[in-house]
Design a protein around this ligand. Structure first.
Ligand code: DC
Length: 224
């Protein structure tokens, strides 16, 4: 079973998908972390993020994704870099990386391989922008999470505060507007709801509430 959850930045996808995968005993696959992994590798090797330079580097890029305790971890040059993929610099470069068609194609293969490994048994819960539209058009269930920009910016500020980082609300708000624009307007695999995806507005929902909606749909599906 593949459960695909797409939506814009900070819409609550990752936390929700994580809870759903744990409850169902499935593997969590975060495609955003793969784009972040590519960005990390480019920064590490000082490769400028322009199409031809990135494309020339792809054959040498050592990026692996593995399931560790049912959570996808990212390895660059054989080191686990998963915890280093949410810096402001990696976030910014990952958004540019995601516009390069050959990178999307390259990661598509990795995403499909990961799903071949775990999709049937125990199943995967995957998050991103194009999981339901491009990568897994035949996913068992598809969800599209949205929330207002204000709510998403508040959540991000909260997340940073919990990590002891004080960040300016306005800056976070602007960064989200910018990333939305990049995600929605890129020519290849733009962020959009798949026609058969269930829309969930998470403005007034807790992560548990979001996970419960998804879990109840999964139960309905398995009873039908
Ligand atoms: O979800 P995230 O913030 O970790 O994603 C990082 C970047 O990768 C973001 O700019 C959007 C992009 N992305 C994408 O284009 N397609 C995906 N399936 C997942 C992420």
């Amino acid at each position: 079973m593949v459960i695909a959850i797409d939506g814009p930045a900070a819409s609550g996808k990752s936390t929700t998908a994580h809870m759903v995968s744990q409850t169902l005993g499935m593997v969590y696959m975060d495609s955003g972390l793969m784009y972040r992994g590519v960005a990390y590798a480019l920064l590490k090797h000082q490769i400028e993020c322009v199409d031809h330079r990135v494309e020339a580097f792809l054959p040498q890029m050592q990026l692996e994704v593995l399931s560790v305790d049912s959570i996808m971890n990212v390895y660059v040059d054989s080191s686990d870099v998963t915890s280093q993929l949410h810096t402001a610099q990696v976030t910014e470069v990952s958004s540019d990386v995601a516009k390069i068609p050959n990178v999307r194609q390259w990661l598509f293969k990795i995403q499909r391989t990961f799903s071949k490994q775990y999709g049937d048994d125990p199943g995967i819960v995957t998050v991103g922008r194009d999981m339901g539209t491009v990568v897994f058009p035949d996913a068992t269930l598809k969800f599209f999470l949205t929330a207002s920009i204000d709510v998403r910016a508040q959540r991000r500020v909260q997340e940073f505060r919990q990590k002891g980082i004080n960040i300016n609300y306005q800056e976070v708000h602007e960064a989200i507007v910018h990333r939305d624009h990049q995600d929605i307007h890129r020519t290849i695999a733009p962020l959009k709801q798949a026609p058969d995806a269930i829309l969930i507005n998470t403005d007034d929902l807790t992560p548990e509430g979001q996970a419960n909606i998804i879990l109840s749909k999964v139960r309905e599906q398995s009873q039908s």
